[in-house]
Design a protein around this ligand. Structure first.
Ligand code: FMN
Length: 206
């Protein structure tokens, strides 16, 4: 059909495939993940290849790529300790979240270096980032190597939600007040645009 460029993926370079997939799957929420190594050093880094994948119990999945053939600090800490915290990145935390995505060596903890305030978690050991309105404490459930070995999917069960009273009324989470940040392709982020209201067509799952 005219007006479209069709690109088959067989033989496609890793770089091109990455550029296309992150441009096609947008907007993506950003999980700002805190972990701890076995000595207790806290690590923080952003991940947008991320979503919820189950609600009974609630589960989150994040795809962490390898770096020069090695596990990133977040992935290594998750495998070693089987615990992590997903802090929901927002407009207010965009700059610190983005800065924590730089390639710091394992002995450098981003929270300490960048001055990211931490608060204790309740069920898992890695602390959470109270500047974000939502933090989800997670316990690792599954590790799924994907494709040609560059990607691994880490699936965790949420064992505690921390919800700021500024965005949670005891039942619903106010997405507008939360101001979540989304990752687009390339060096772009976005905030929430216009909000469209439509009635629910099915009862929410119980
Ligand atoms: C907004 C944003 C989203 C990112 N998403 C991912 C992702 O989904 N998977 C991934 O492997 N790296 C992702 N990165 C890159 C990691 O954050 C980066 O490699 C970081 O240095 C990893 O830190 P760590 O070694 O402390 O775990 C993302 C970076 C940014 C800024």
């Amino acid at each position: 059909m005219s007006g479209f460029v069709t690109l088959k993926t067989e033989g496609m370079s890793t770089e091109e495939a990455y550029r296309l997939i992150v441009g096609c799957v947008t907007p993506r929420p950003v999980a700002w993940i805190t972990t701890q190594d076995e000595s207790g050093r806290v690590n923080a880094a952003p991940f947008s290849s991320y979503n919820y994948v189950a609600h009974s119990p609630p589960m989150l999945a994040v795809n962490i790529g390898s770096r020069k053939g090695e596990l990133k600090d977040t992935a290594r800490n998750i495998v070693e300790t089987r615990e992590f915290v997903v802090n929901v990145a927002t407009e207010a935390t965009l700059e610190l979240m983005h800065a924590s995505g730089a390639d710091y060596p394992p002995e450098i903890g981003e929270p300490e270096t960048l001055g990211i305030e931490l608060a204790p978690s309740t069920v898992v050991r890695p602390p959470r980032i109270p500047a974000t309105p939502i933090q989800m404490e997670c316990r690792l459930e599954h590790v799924l190597p994907l494709g040609r070995g560059l990607n691994t999917l880490y699936i965790g069960e949420v064992v505690a939600f921390h919800l700021s009273e500024a965005i949670f009324n005891g039942r619903h989470i106010d997405a507008v007040a939360m101001r979540p940040i989304a990752r687009l392709g390339g060096p772009y982020y976005a905030g929430l645009g216009e909000i469209f209201h439509r009635p629910m067509l099915q009862a929410p799952p119980v």
